[in-house]
Design a protein around this ligand. Structure first.
Ligand SMILES: Cc1cc2nc3c(=O)[nH]c(=O)nc-3n(C[C@H](O)[C@H](O)[C@H](O)COP(=O)(O)OP(=O)(O)OC[C@H]3O[C@@H](n4cnc5c(N)ncnc54)[C@H](O)[C@@H]3O)c2cc1C
Length: 222
């Protein structure tokens, strides 16, 4: 092994993957992590023996090398799980991705009509400026649906006002999704959109286990 180690700051997914790749090329590294465990915002915390994910994580990629890396590190502890995501809003569970019947019955007739009206308004006269998350989502789903679901959820999970999140981040995370497509998917079951995947890989003990495995393998290599 090369004797001059590379210094990596942060034992999150990026830092540990970098260290692991370096080790595969015979290069030593030292990873500095300020928290008491690895995994960054993809870590799994333990409390009284129970494991809690900081955020539910799906391991899904179209990049073969990445998929191969995860399989290599997790082995048979990487299992396929079905996805069920729901938004808890106004004391009701909404299926996510949205399912028209479920959404309309939960929202009530008047609210549903207002959402559809706001959607058509956005389609006919979209905001010509699409620089932030709010503008990007409102143009595709209408302002009312944005305010009902996307704004509160996104700001709670990411801790940043939607006006301060760039539109290209939304485009990357909600690739090709539109209200029309969501409705078509719900009715006909077609599914080619990243946000809509129904099944994904998951380490048996949560996403943090992936990074704990990386740490163990790196420690074993010194
Ligand atoms: C709710 C939620 C859900 C998500 N869902 C998914 C998903 O389904 N699929 C997916 O692929 N991604 C998902 N992500 C995104 C994913 O968590 C991040 O992309 C990923 O964790 C980024 O890794 P990172 O190593 O770049 O940064 P981080 O995870 O932020 O890790 C950075 C690490 O560096 C450490 N650090 C920072 N500063 C210092 C310092 N000065 N000295 C030492 N250590 C330092 C931190 O403690 C941390 O451990 C989700 C994120 C959230 C919040």
């Amino acid at each position: 092994m090369n004797t001059t180690p590379t210094v990596i700051i942060g034992g999150g997914p990026a830092g540990l993957t970098a260290a692991y790749e370096l080790s595969k090329h015979g290069k030593k590294s030292v990873v500095f992590e300020k928290a008491d465990r690895v995994g960054g915002i993809s870590r799994t915390e333990t409390y009284k023996g129970y494991r809690f994910d900081i955020g539910g994580h799906r391991f899904f990629t179209k990049v073969g090398e990445v998929e191969q890396l995860w399989q290599e590190v997790m082995g048979d502890e990487f299992i396929k799980v079905p996805r069920m995501s729901r938004i808890y809003y106004n004391n009701k569970f909404f299926s996510y991705p949205l399912e028209p019947y479920n959404a309309l019955s939960n929202l009530g007739l008047i609210n549903s009509v207002l959402i559809m009206w706001s959607y058509f308004k956005a389609r006919v006269r979209p905001n010509p400026t699409e620089e932030n998350f709010e503008q990007w989502v409102s143009n595709r789903f209408g302002k009312r649906l944005y305010e009902t679901f996307f704004k509160t959820y996104t700001e709670k999970v990411w801790g940043i006002p939607c006006t301060e999140i760039r539109a290209d981040w939304a485009a990357q995370r909600i690739k090709g999704l539109s209200l029309k497509k969501a409705i078509t998917n719900a009715l006909f079951g077609s599914n080619d959109t990243k946000t809509l995947i129904k099944e994904f890989n998951y380490p048996v003990y949560g996403p943090g286990q992936m990074w704990e495995r990386f740490q163990q393998k790196l420690n074993a290599k010194g």
